[in-house]
Design a protein around this ligand. Structure first.
Ligand code: HEC
Length: 107
């Protein structure tokens, strides 16, 4: 039982880490921080915005795929580039990762 729990924690932890790696590789973190505004809204905030919609994952997938500008007043001078060149699985991983951040408490 304990072994299973450890396995789950390790697997879950590495998924989080892997997705953070994708975000680093794709340059997301140049503009976004996990928590708090940088050049763009923080990902924890983004996950809350997503959860307020009818289909949170679709909200995130669409923004990553198609880009966005002008919806966040604070970042009116910045443009979120479209990542349509990424494969669907990578975009979904990023979306799942961002969604998972809503459950992390800010420190
Ligand atoms: C050049 C800067 C830049 C880069 C790079 C960038 N973004 Fe963004 N992103 C923005 C800006 C600016 C906004 C706000 C857009 C708006 O106001 O409509 C945004 C918005 C978003 C949102 C919606 C936020 C919300 O609060 O609803 C998500 C999700 C997102 N970005 C994900 C990503 C991911 C994932 C990547 C990497 C694959 C990425 N972004 C790369 C600038 C960037």
């Amino acid at each position: 039982m304990k072994k299973h729990l450890i396995l789950v924690v390790v697997l879950f932890g590495s998924t989080l880490f892997a997705s953070q790696e994708i975000a680093n590789e794709q340059g997301c973190m140049e503009c976004h921080a996990i928590y708090g505004a940088k050049l763009a809204p923080g990902f924890m905030g983004a996950s809350k915005h997503a959860l307020a919609t009818a289909n949170p994952k679709e909200y995130l997938v669409n923004i990553i795929k198609e880009g966005s500008s002008g919806t966040r007043r604070k970042f009116i001078d910045q443009v979120m580039p479209a990542y349509e060149h990424l494969d669907a699985k990578t975009i979904e991983e990023l979306a799942d990762w961002i969604l998972s951040l809503s459950s992390i408490k800010k420190r």
